[in-house]
Design a protein around this ligand. Structure first.
Ligand code: ADP
Length: 329
């Protein structure tokens, strides 16, 4: 599709260049022929003495035809060169113009393919379970309850995924309204969002965040910190501790989430903020649930708030995620 777009755009560029070149050539030919004809109208003294008017008219006609043929040939060659050079330049320009569109198109296609894949997995699981149950003539009530529970789990996964996808789609359009907000308040809200999951998993969270004011959208940053805390709990073993802290340096403030969990391989670290990226261990062993969208959303949110997000990690030792934001004063 993109190749035909390049071809089309090249043709438009060439058509525009040729229109200019041909107009210029026609105008030049008209002016030159006129000038030549005027210049040869009055015979020079040499002809007045040597030739009669009829001979001079023949001579004038011959000269005019010859000069106009020469000019025509020169203009044909000129336009042929413009056509060749124009096609080459037009092609380069068309490729350059369409390159960002091509890249955005590739990202979009990859995103759609990944999203479809993630949607298909729970749907296929549900479909298979239901089909098997329907074929079973002796399905007990207990088995039916188990099937419904399993289906509910898959449906919850689908809902989480659609919520995440919606969150990403909305982020592309939002205009963030920022104000002075306290990191302490943000930390408490984010903590409240994950406390239940953390206590179920027996992971404790220590919060030492103090009242540092940043310029951001409170709801946004609460979402981002919640994602980091949720991951810290998800990727930590039972009984371990997560530390939530903050510090201020100059016009920047940081909120830090540190865990002692499974950590991230250094080869995987550069990719964790990509949409749908999940480390091999989280994906293949299917130990930890997720879609690989959390960190992409957190990064988007933080960048919309003029901040940055950074990850440091050692495999088997734990990870530290830092959100940097501008202070409000
Ligand atoms: P998800 O957790 O749903 O897979 P994320 O975008 O939140 O997606 O994270 C992407 C990947 O980064 C995860 O699959 C995991 O491998 C890795 N990751 C994120 N946070 C942590 C963490 N605190 N400890 C270890 N690995 C992490």
């Amino acid at each position: 599709m993109i190749h035909s777009a390049v071809l089309k755009l090249t043709l438009y560029y060439v058509a525009a260049i040729m229109l200019l070149s041909i107009s210029f050539s026609v105008a030049l030919y008209g002016i030159y022929s006129n000038e030549l004809s005027n210049g040869l109208r009055r015979p020079p003294d040499f002809f007045q003495t040597q030739l009669n008017p009829t001979n001079y008219e023949d001579f004038r006609h011959e000269r005019l035809v010859e000069a106009s043929d020469n000019l025509k040939n020169a203009l044909y060659i000129f336009n042929a060169i413009v056509l060749i050079v124009g096609a080459a330049v037009g092609n380069v320009l068309a490729r350059r113009t369409l390159q960002p569109i091509e890249e955005a198109f590739a990202v979009q296609s990859r995103f759609t393919a990944d999203a479809s894949h993630e949607l298909r997995t729970p749907l296929t699981a549900m479909q298979t379970e239901i089909e098997v149950a329907l074929r079973d003539k002796k399905l007990t009530k207990q088995e039916a309850v188990e099937l419904l529970e399993s289906n509910l789990e898959e449906a919850t996964k689908l809902k989480t995924l659609s919520d995440r996808l919606l969150q990403l789609a909305r982020q592309d359009k939002v205009d963030v309204i920022k104000s002075a907000v306290s990191l302490e308040k943000i930390a408490i809200e984010a903590l409240n969002n994950v406390i239940k999951v953390a206590s179920t998993k027996k992971v404790s969270i220590e919060n030492t965040v103090t009242d540092i004011a940043v310029c951001a959208n409170q709801e946004n940053i609460v979402d981002a910190v919640t994602i980091l805390l949720d991951n810290a709990v998800k990727y930590s073993p039972a009984g371990s501790k997560v530390l939530l802290s903050a510090k201020k340096s100059g016009k920047q403030a940081c909120i830090i989430v540190k865990d002692n969990g499974v950590g991230i391989k250094s080869s995987e670290l550069p990719h964790i903020f990509e949409r749908f990226y999940r480390s091999d261990s989280s994906r293949s062993k299917n130990k930890v649930q997720g879609f690989g969208l959390g960190l992409a959303i957190a990064k988007n949110i933080v960048e919309l708030n003029d901040g940055s997000i950074r990850a440091q990690s050692k495999e088997g030792k734990g990870s530290t995620f830092t959100i940097k934001l501008p202070t409000s004063s």
